[in-house]
Design a protein around this ligand. Structure first.
Ligand SMILES: Nc1nc2c(c(=O)[nH]1)N[C@H]1C(S)=C(S)[C@@H](COP(=O)(O)O)O[C@H]1N2
Ligand SMILES: [Mo]
Length: 330
């Protein structure tokens, strides 16, 4: 994966958002009937409300976002600042630089959005995202995100368990794996007009991994709809795996019998495996996976922490891999 030199200005300690600030903001959203807010957005929204202006479509929140079910995930983790999670991104469809996705995705059109479901399942076809994910089902999960590049964040996602969604398509007994694809639209996604990756971005899971209760399909974060740079309008979140498995802006789900090809393992199979479980004991050929920089952290305070097996979700997922050699199946 491309490792770019990190500027000291990328993240600074002063950007840290305390959990209480975020939770207060969530409270505020409930009071105002569920209006989308980014950190620092309160002033703008308040002004808009006072003037009686309609909010722009991009910030209009679906009403039920004010009633997200809370879960116990991530209670002990300090949530990363909204500004860091939305400006330090990997989304190569919009460029390889960490700030490119934010800078280049503002015009990306995410409504209407359909997902094509194919393969070994009883119910296949083209479905509206709104029909797949009902607003009343949304819950919040605070998950650690560990990138294979050895940095990490803690993000409060809003969405629904992947298993709940997949089961509705009634996968058959031949569905041993599930494959996902990102939108291919070079007109909108400037990164796809160049080389680098073999577009569209592809990912996959073994069906039991996909059905594990930790696997999550997110449509929001920090209480609001997903910003485009974070994979709007719908993306995977697989917190025990390296971040590249958490494919963004999904347009296709295919149930298949054999292990599907996936973008990064096609590009560099000796560096990125199909499983890509977070594992401090299996180094990347070019760098250690024993530690990670928990963002934000600058030059003076790199905020390096030890990486945990399965990113600390061993209890939830280790049984999926019992008897497997994790050094070979990296
Ligand atoms: N379609 C697509 N999905 C993607 C990527 C990408 O380049 N394209 N990057 C992956 C990587 S490497 C990481 S670390 C996460 C980053 O998610 P975030 O930007 O929301 O933190 O998205 C993953 N999903
Ligand atoms: Mo990543």
């Amino acid at each position: 994966m491309l490792i770019l030199n990190k500027k000291a200005s990328d993240c600074s300690e002063s950007e840290v958002t305390e959990k209480s600030v975020y939770l207060n903001r969530r409270q505020f959203m409930k009071v105002t009937g569920g209006i989308a807010l980014g950190v620092g957005g309160i002033g703008n929204v308040t002004a808009a409300l006072q003037e009686g202006n309609p909010l722009s479509p991009s910030s209009a929140l679906k009403p039920s976002f004010g009633n997200i079910a809370e879960t116990s995930f991530g209670k002990d983790d300090k949530i990363s600042p909204y500004d860091v999670a939305t400006s330090y991104n990997n989304f190569y469809e919009f460029g390889y630089g960490k700030s490119d996705p934010k800078d280049r995705s503002s015009q990306f059109k995410t409504t209407p959005w359909t997902i094509t479901v194919e393969g070994e399942a009883g119910k296949t076809g083209i479905f509206d995202l709104d029909d797949i994910i009902k607003e009343s089902m949304l819950e919040e999960r605070i998950y650690r995100l560990r990138c294979v590049e050895a940095w990490s964040m803690v993000i409060p996602w809003v969405g629904i368990s992947l298993a709940t969604v997949l089961k509705r398509f009634e996968p058959t007994s031949k569905a041993k794996y599930v494959y996902f694809e990102t939108l291919y639209d070079p007109k909108q996604m400037s990164g796809q007009r160049g080389g680098g990756l073999d577009w569209p971005y592809r990912e996959g899971l073994r069906i039991d991994e996909a059905m594990n209760p930790l696997a999550f399909l997110a449509v929001g974060m920090y209480g609001s709809i997903l910003p485009n740079q974070n994979g709007a309008p719908v993306r995977l979140v697989l917190p025990w795996k390296y971040g590249f498995k958490s494919i963004k802006s999904i347009v296709k789900i295919r149930f298949v019998e054999t292990m599907p090809e996936t973008t990064w393992s096609m590009l560099a199979p000796n560096e990125y495996g199909f499983y890509a479980n977070v594992n401090p004991n299996v180094d990347h050929p070019r760098w250690s996976q024993g530690q990670e920089r928990r963002l934000p952290g600058g030059v003076l305070f790199p905020n390096v922490i030890q990486t945990k097996i399965f990113n600390g979700y061993e209890e939830e997922v280790a049984s999926l891999y019992s008897g497997m050699d994790l050094k070979r199946n990296y």
